[in-house]
Design a protein around this ligand. Structure first.
Ligand SMILES: [Zn+2]
Length: 485
């Protein structure tokens, strides 16, 4: 009757506080029944005794191919994701330096991205795109209809501050036409373009959204100079001071007012890192109640602070913060201000990340690192310490982002949904060691951290892709043309 039955497992579902021991029956890649004593004759069986079944994690913020060739990066990093119970990843992609290292219209760029990804991912995958030019904004209807990409990113500080903390020639970095500016006006016109698409595609309107990396170039440039001239701080503490939290708060206010001005409601505030960012996001939600905000935080900003991030390996934008900000983020998770937790996974190996001639120089180090495999173990570990119920974890790591981004077949354990599962032992304690990871990165900012919660088995659309913690088989991931299902 079923292809696969998971027996005797604690079933964790979003928006459902009871966690009951049950069987899960799967047929044709979808959940077919959830109940006790399901008939497993003729089916493959996974014994879930003592384990918790979470819906497969939706890592809605990844960066496949940013620092390594996409064709290789998507293989190793999707494998890494699978070991942590991630079954769907949505990766940010843009023209310009890094990624495919080219400009031009997405009509030419996306087919290359999709062809390079095809058959190489161990998890289902989608893409968010960043409209970098005026031409890209005119392509929004095609991005929706042809490529199934209804979510767009804005990097608020790129107009006059480089990715790694020093100014570059922006048109060269972004590979945009010399007579165009990547500035607030451009962001406004992205929102206007997305607004027009909502009216043109009413059936997809709920899933058309604009995501913003909220930091302010002018504040960061000034504070970077102050921190460098004073010379009192070094390492990640210096980087934190050079990109102060009010730079986030101000950018959030600007983004929110632009949403109001353009009558564009679906705004995602990405990777909030500080108490001031949370405060600003709350103020904007009160001020603009007609804007349908979502607020995101990364697993790294939740799991560690700048004093415990393995030296410069913890350099990221926005920076890791002091402990007081980490605790403010947890309060925002607990009270529902935060909608989802993602990784911002950007595999950046040592030889690329750290300047070989000046290994202690935080200003020369590159930004970003991986961490997709820690989303579920990290959240389960901390949830048990902080009395956050598991159904809330399932909302934060699967359901809420799936809903927002149009993954209508993902994010919960209910009949009819894609049979994506992460089976985790919530009692097993283990220590993060980069050498144990599938990632090509080779280090982790969380090195040495102890987590309680170990992913054992992972199922993607009814196929077991992780057995006893190890990836098995060929890459089965499919492209997620959104909205799905
Ligand atoms: Zn990112």
């Amino acid at each position: 009757m079923f292809d696969l039955v998971v027996k005797n497992v604690h079933v964790v579902r979003p928006n459902k506080s009871e966690v009951e021991v049950s069987d899960i029956g799967i047929t044709d890649g979808r959940f077919a029944a959830i109940g006790v004593n399901l008939d497993d004759s003729g089916a493959r069986v996974i014994d879930g005794t003592g384990l918790h079944a979470f819906p497969g994690v939706v890592d809605a913020h990844m960066h496949f191919g940013i620092y390594h060739p996409l064709s290789e990066d998507i293989v190793t990093e999707s494998r890494t994701a699978a070991t942590g119970g991630v079954t769907s990843g949505i990766s940010y992609m843009r023209t310009g330096k890094y990624y495919l290292n080219k400009g031009g219209p997405y009509a030419d760029f996306m087919p290359e991205v999709l062809a390079t990804s095809e058959g190489n991912s161990f998890i289902d995958y989608g893409y968010h795109l960043a409209p970098m030019t005026k031409e890209h904004i005119t392509e929004i209807p095609e991005l929706i209809e042809r490529f199934g990409v209804p979510s767009y990113k804005i990097f608020m500080f790129y107009g006059s501050h480089g990715l790694h903390g020093r100014s570059d020639d922006q048109n060269a970095f972004l590979m945009t036409p010399p007579d165009e500016r990547y500035d607030y006006a451009h962001f406004e016109f992205i929102m206007r373009g997305a607004r027009a698409a909502m009216d043109r595609f009413p059936e997809a309107a709920d899933y058309i959204s604009v995501s913003l990396h909220c930091e302010t170039a002018e504040i960061m440039r000034a504070y970077t100079r102050i921190v460098e001239e004073e010379g009192e701080l070094s390492g990640l503490a210096a980087y934190n001071a050079a990109r102060p939290p009010h730079s986030e708060g101000l950018a959030i206010a600007v983004a929110s007012y632009l949403a109001h001005e353009t009558n564009f409601p679906n705004i995602n505030l990405l990777h909030l890192s500080s108490e001031k960012a949370i405060e600003s996001a709350r103020l904007m939600a009160e001020t603009f109640p007609h804007v349908n905000f979502r607020r995101e935080v990364t697993i790294s900003h939740l799991m560690t602070d700048y004093n415990h991030a393995n030296g410069l390996y913890g350099k990221v934008n926005p920076p890791l913060r002091p402990r007081s900000d980490v605790e403010a983020l947890w309060s925002a998770v607990a009270d529902g201000t935060i909608d989802w937790v993602i990784s911002d996974h950007a595999c950046c190996s040592d030889e690329f990340k750290i300047d070989p001639g000046d290994r202690d120089n935080v200003w020369l180090a590159k930004s970003g690192f991986g961490g997709t495999e820690f989303i579920l173990p990290g959240m389960v570990s901390e949830a048990q310490k902080r009395d956050i119920p598991f159904h809330r974890v399932a909302e934060l790591v699967s359901w809420n982002a799936a809903q927002r981004y149009g993954l209508r077949s993902k994010g919960t354990i209910e009949v009819g949904y894609d049979a994506d599962l992460a089976l985790i032992d919530t009692q097993e304690t283990w220590t993060v060691r980069a050498e144990d990871s599938e990632s090509a990165q080779g280090y982790s900012p969380l090195e040495g951290h102890e987590l309680t919660g170990k992913v054992k088995h992972v199922v993607l659309r009814g196929s077991q892709i992780v057995v006893g913690g190890s990836v098995v088989g060929e890459p089965l991931g499919r492209y997620l043309k959104r909205p799905t299902g």
